[in-house]
Design a protein around this ligand. Structure first.
Ligand code: UDP
Length: 420
């Protein structure tokens, strides 16, 4: 559906504009009223909670017309959606769930019957809806392959950088083909994600608009703790120490091992890792434990597991680290850390550089650079007034550019446009 092009024209809207509802010249109320008409089937491959799922949640919850979320795996995401009053259906196939994005090879042929069943299940579900909104890679492949069956307009919400660091050659080939021939509209979660698809599929830059994720600032405001000591006590975290926090699933490319190396270099620093292995990265978790033992930092390290209450956990730390070793498609944890009013040190690659301005609203370090990370922690620790200034600016920036309200206005406008 996309025309191939080599033209390098600027995007329709700059990221800053996209994140600002006012830039559209319409109010949230108007946008809500406009979006009532189209019925939407949202499809997501994951039952687990990651950035893509957290961004779908408010959209599905506030979509005014008929909508449903079809999940290709069961898990806590279903419970969260149902608690918000969103109708959810399941179409699970274990053989398909086991296919991993970076290891997609010809072995997927064994999963072919499951793939065909899921393609048909999505097409059947899509029958009663105007739009098929595909929120993840597998949802894209399975939903778009069924286009001859359902013939619905397809929106793909791209939450990935389509580079060879993140995806195998076969997956990239399939995505390139589907983007050209089956997908009607793409919305990317960052300029970095958009550019990676433009490079892969040679589509026109205007065909891949960007809408940055947004967070509910109220959730972060109302979680203000009476004092940090009480919060740490409640979470079993060490009090009266300088505590860094790293939030997100435990996975090699999220770089928790980099943070452990930095921890070893700063003798009295403490670190809490919040998150768990969501997609079978158990070996990595084991390697983190043995790395901690080897470095002798176990007594300064807390593995908190997956937590629901991120605002409070973020407010319980002095500084928030982001250590991804590969370019991050967006990095919700960063805008959450900013909304929590904590200084954020982040790995400067991908969507992160669309959020963090070095020494203005946060601190950027080169990815995988342990020395730069340890230095940055030491600098912010030694200069609390600098850390506060960055955190205050971050709070302003998140309110201006990354609110859930602005995100919803833009997403709803784009979805509504598809039906016009
Ligand atoms: N998250 C959470 N509890 C945890 C760890 C992570 O709720 O214990 C959430 C986190 O707050 C963020 C999302 O998971 O909203 C992760 O999104 P991000 O874009 O940072 O990373 P992704 O996992 O999508 O690559």
């Amino acid at each position: 559906m996309f025309k191939e092009t080599t033209q390098a024209t600027p995007p329709i809207l700059a990221p800053g504009m996209l994140a600002n509802a006012e830039a559209y010249g319409e109010t949230l109320g108007q946008a809500h009223a406009r979006q009532e008409t189209a019925s939407v089937l949202f499809v997501d491959q994951s039952g687990q909670l990651g950035g893509a799922e957290f961004s779908l949640m408010p959209l599905a919850a506030t979509w005014g017309a008929r909508r449903e979320v079809l999940l290709l795996s069961d898990g806590p995401f279903r419970t969260r959606l149902e608690a918000l009053g969103v109708p959810v259906s399941l179409a699970c196939e274990a053989s398909v769930s086991d296919i991993r994005k970076d290891t997609l090879r010809l072995s997927w042929l064994g999963a072919l019957p499951g793939i065909l069943r899921q393609v048909r299940a999505i097409a059947r579900h899509a029958e009663g809806y105007d739009i098929l909104f595909l929120n993840t890679q597998k949802a894209l492949v399975l939903g778009a392959l069924g286009k001859p069956l359902h013939r619905k307009r397809i929106i793909w919400h791209l939450h990935d950088i389509m580079s060879s660091e993140h995806f195998g050659p076969l997956q990239r080939l399939i995505v390139r083909w589907l983007t050209r021939y089956a997908v009607d509209h793409v919305i990317a979660n960052s300029r970095a994600s958009a550019d990676s698809l433009i490079a892969l599929a040679h589509c026109a830059p205007d065909d891949v608009p960007v809408v940055h994720n947004g967070v509910d600032l109220e959730e972060f405001r109302c979680k203000d703790a009476p004092d940090m000591a009480a919060l740490r006590q409640q979470f079993g975290l060490p009090e009266n120490v300088y505590l860094a926090g790293l939030f997100g699933r435990l996975a090699p490319w999220k770089g928790q091992h980099i943070a452990l190396e930095a921890l070893a270099r700063i003798p009295d620093l403490h670190l809490v890792l919040v998150g768990s292995a969501l997609f079978g990265e158990q070996e990595y978790v084991k390697s983190l434990h043995s790395q901690a033992a080897r470095l002798g930092v176990q007594d300064r390290l807390t593995f908190a597991g997956f937590r629901d209450d991120m605002p409070a956990w973020m407010k319980a730390v002095d500084v928030i680290l982001h250590t991804s070793t590969e370019p991050e498609p967006f990095g919700r944890v960063i805008i959450e850390g900013m909304a929590a009013g904590r200084p954020v040190i982040a790995a400067a690659a991908g969507g992160v550089t669309e959020i963090v301005r070095h020494r203005t609203n946060g601190w950027l370090v080169p990815p995988r650079d342990v020395t730069a990370l340890a230095d940055a922690i030491a600098i912010l620790r030694a200069a609390p007034e600098l850390a506060d200034r960055l955190a205050n600016q971050a709070l302003d920036d998140v309110a201006q550019r990354f609110s859930v309200e602005a995100y919803l206005v833009q997403m709803k406008k784009m979805i509504a446009n598809v039906c016009e």
